[in-house]
Design a protein around this ligand. Structure first.
Ligand SMILES: Nc1ncnc2c1ncn2[C@@H]1O[C@H](COP(=O)(O)OP(=O)(O)O)[C@@H](O)[C@H]1O
Ligand SMILES: [Mg+2]
Length: 257
């Protein structure tokens, strides 16, 4: 897959309409092998006042590199490369199982058994509603990944149940900031200790940062961002619990989907 994604010929077949930036959908082909992909050209990025450094595409690639180095397996394979509209990020498309919900907003009585409610709200007509998510090991991994990458955009729609049975996260353009910006719908384990397998992955990430991960990341994020990433990992290892919302700024991305 890495060769195909990095060197294959990209053909654009559509545009994701609910996307806020130029998020294109297409195929990538090499030696007769084809895969579906997302392509986000840097040129199509809307400038963001709160993320002035680097590019969204570079942050998405950083998120993938962190996910791989730790063994989180959260982010579908993602590369930075040339494409039909210039340099951009290219990511493997995840086929999703639309029957399998992982995050939802529903009436209190309809929260699926075993799920965790994270926010009580009111619907359009004032009816009570709950933002809730499944209580799964894969989502605990994703929540830890979001803490270390400082993900400011873990919406419900950025949590995908793959038809391969895995759980994937997408849209990591708003991570790695030096300020605390964790905004997520996955608040279900606040104060709880990271499960042992998740902690192992964070330790693996720390070791990778000591080895050559910093080098690879420095192509995509600033040195300050890199130092802050290391600090977040150290802090989580020193106190291996899911953190609370910081109290500064919104804790949940809006819209939540
Ligand atoms: N790699 C992917 N595989 C499957 N679906 C994806 C993938 N990337 C994005 N999507 C879908 O497309 C939507 C829009 O893409 P996203 O990356 O969120 O774009 P934007 O940065 O413009 O918000 C996502 O919410 C998700 O449903
Ligand atoms: Mg998005």
């Amino acid at each position: 897959m890495p060769g195909l994604l990095r060197h294959g010929r990209i053909e654009i077949t559509g545009r994701l309409v609910d996307a806020s930036n130029a998020t294109l959908f297409g195929t990538v082909t090499l030696d007769g092998v084809e895969a579906q992909c997302v392509y986000k050209p840097v040129r199509g990025e809307r400038p963001l006042w709160d993320f002035p450094d680097g590019t969204l595409a570079g942050r998405e690639v950083s998120a993938f590199l962190v996910s791989e180095a730790a063994g989180f397996g959260v982010v579908p394979p993602t590369v930075l490369r040339d494409g039909p509209f210039g340099t951009g990020m290219v990511q493997v498309w995840v086929d999703t199982d639309d029957e399998r919900e992982l995050v939802d907003v529903c009436a209190p009585a309809d929260v699926p058994e075993g799920w965790i409610g994270v926010l009580r709200a009111r619907g359009d007509y004032g009816e009570p509603a709950v933002l809730a998510h499944a209580d799964l090991p894969e989502l605990q991994v994703m929540a830890a990944f979001d803490v270390v990458t400082n993900n400011a955009d873990r919406k419900g729609g950025h949590v995908l149940a793959g038809t391969d049975g895995n759980v994937y996260g997408v849209d990591h353009g708003l991570c790695m900031h030096t300020d605390h910006k964790l905004r997520t719908v996955l608040w279900g384990w606040v104060g709880k200790r990271l499960p042992e397998p998740v902690l192992d992955k964070v330790e693996r990430l720390r070791a990778a940062l000591e080895a050559d991960l910093c080098d690879a990341l420095s192509d995509h994020i600033t040195r300050r961002e890199l130092r802050t990433l290391t600090r977040r990992v150290d802090r989580l290892l020193a106190e291996p619990c899911y953190p609370e919302p910081s109290g500064h700024g919104p804790a949940i991305p809006w819209p939540a989907f």
